[in-house]
Design a protein around this ligand. Structure first.
Ligand SMILES: NC(=O)c1ccc[n+]([C@@H]2O[C@H](COP(=O)([O-])OP(=O)(O)OC[C@H]3O[C@@H](n4cnc5c(N)ncnc54)[C@H](OP(=O)(O)O)[C@@H]3O)[C@@H](O)[C@H]2O)c1
Length: 372
């Protein structure tokens, strides 16, 4: 099978990655499935599309390639494709009891972190995944697809929606602090990093929940976030430092909820001026400097010692089929209307695709067309 492999720890994709070509070019999906039958409640998926996530770059850089389970580790979290074989126990998977998965079903989802950490990522022609982890493709994808409603566009759209970005949006929208914020009359929401994979979905969901949405992005993405439904775009370059502008502009009309998809510590430190006392800031950006240290400072330092008198949360998403199916429902009920796709690359051009991701300038998702 053709797949990408992490061959060296590096933050330079060209050094970290190598393409492993299939030993035999003419092996059919049927032959591959016969030689690699899925076990238990797993399904074998012929991947048509994968999507890239910033976390992939961390796996590439950080998990040592000398570990036995990282030799030739396949990167990638998100996948969409066709089921080509089912394990003997798939029929008993409760999540799909109403409509069991069978050969030919189109599915999408996000691989579990342990599977990717142990080298079984989605940038491969075939993946074996627990049936529980996937969602069927939702109806209504044709309307949400960029560039038409053919099968390939639907799969490309599905991998963007139901993968890591959509599941992260599902996590942070359903968090208790967010639910409380959306329950006030005319909720006001600020989204930092609004034009990225996660932010572009959060705009749509917050609008569907009746919120006034202010989207922070560069000037180049102002029209883009407004097309997704944002009521206003805030250019973080023009209005630097952002927290000063927010304090000046929104003190009399504070936000009920702030989503930080960038990892701007000052956004929370100064938030008492533009976040309502009952509001919360939910961050999805972690790491030694942006995650652990702010977590301790933001959660534990009391106000009289300089702490900020607002609720701070930092959330980490563990992929699940339940979340993928929750996002699928949002597509079906019209909560999510568009899956912005920054760019689509061929399987052979994965290095270029990761280099684009690493610029942090993607507008929506970067998709890999695994099957040509
Ligand atoms: N906690 C979790 O479980 C979880 C899950 C998913 C993602 N994440 C993290 O969340 C972050 C966002 O993920 P993503 O997939 O949405 O990333 P992404 O798609 O790569 O984000 C790219 C976007 O970020 C914007 N951006 C870059 N710098 C910015 C700044 N200073 N201010 C405002 N916007 C800025 C860019 O817009 P402009 O070009 O307009 O600047 C671009 O559109 C990443 O750090 C990722 O690792 C965490």
């Amino acid at each position: 099978m053709t797949s990408w492999a992490v061959v060296k720890n590096s933050d330079q994709p060209a050094q970290a990655l190598a393409l492993r070509a299939a030993e035999s070019a003419d092996i059919t999906p049927e032959k591959y499935a016969a030689a690699n039958p899925p076990k238990g409640a797993d399904i074998l998926v012929r991947v048509s599309h994968a999507a890239l996530n910033p976390a992939d770059l961390q796996f590439m850089k950080v998990i040592p390639t000398w570990l036995p389970f990282r030799r030739g580790a396949v990167p990638g979290l998100d996948f969409a494709g066709e089921v080509i074989a089912v394990g003997p126990n798939v029929a008993s998977v409760a999540a799909h009891a109403a409509k069991p998965l069978t050969v030919g079903t189109l599915v999408a989802g996000c691989m579990s972190v342990p599977r990717v950490a142990t080298g079984h990522g989605s940038l491969a022609q075939y993946v074996s995944v627990p049936a529980e982890m996937v969602s069927r493709l939702p109806s209504g994808l044709e309307g949400a697809a960029q560039g038409g409603g053919n099968a390939s566009a639907s799969l490309s759209t599905a991998v963007g929606f139901l993968g890591c970005a959509g599941q992260t949006a599902h996590l942070v929208i359903n968090d208790a602090a967010a639910v409380a914020a959306f329950s006030v009359a005319q909720p006001r929401v600020l989204i930092n990093g609004a034009s990225g994979g996660v932010g572009s979905l959060l705009i749509q969901i917050a609008k569907a929940r009746g919120a006034y949405v202010a989207a922070v992005c560069s000037a180049a993405n102002a029209d883009f976030v407004k097309e997704l439904g944002a009521d206003e775009a805030i250019d973080y370059n023009l209005h630097a430092p952002l927290h000063t502008y927010l304090a000046k502009t929104f003190e009399s009309q504070p936000f009920n909820l702030i989503y930080d998809c960038v990892g701007d510590q000052q956004l929370f430190s100064y938030s008492a001026s533009y976040l309502s006392p009952n509001g919360a800031l939910i961050s999805i950006v972690g790491g030694p400097t942006q995650g652990v240290v702010p977590f301790v400072r933001n959660k534990l330092v009391p106000t009289f010692l300089g702490g900020t008198a607002r609720t701070f949360k930092i959330l980490g998403m563990m992929p699940s089929g339940e979340r993928a199916r929750g996002v699928a429902k949002w597509v079906e009920d019209g909560t999510l209307k568009q899956m912005p796709i920054d760019s689509e690359y061929k399987m052979g051009d994965v290095v270029k695709a990761y280099e684009k991701l690493a610029t942090k300038r993607a507008r929506g998702k970067i998709i890999i067309k695994v099957q040509e």
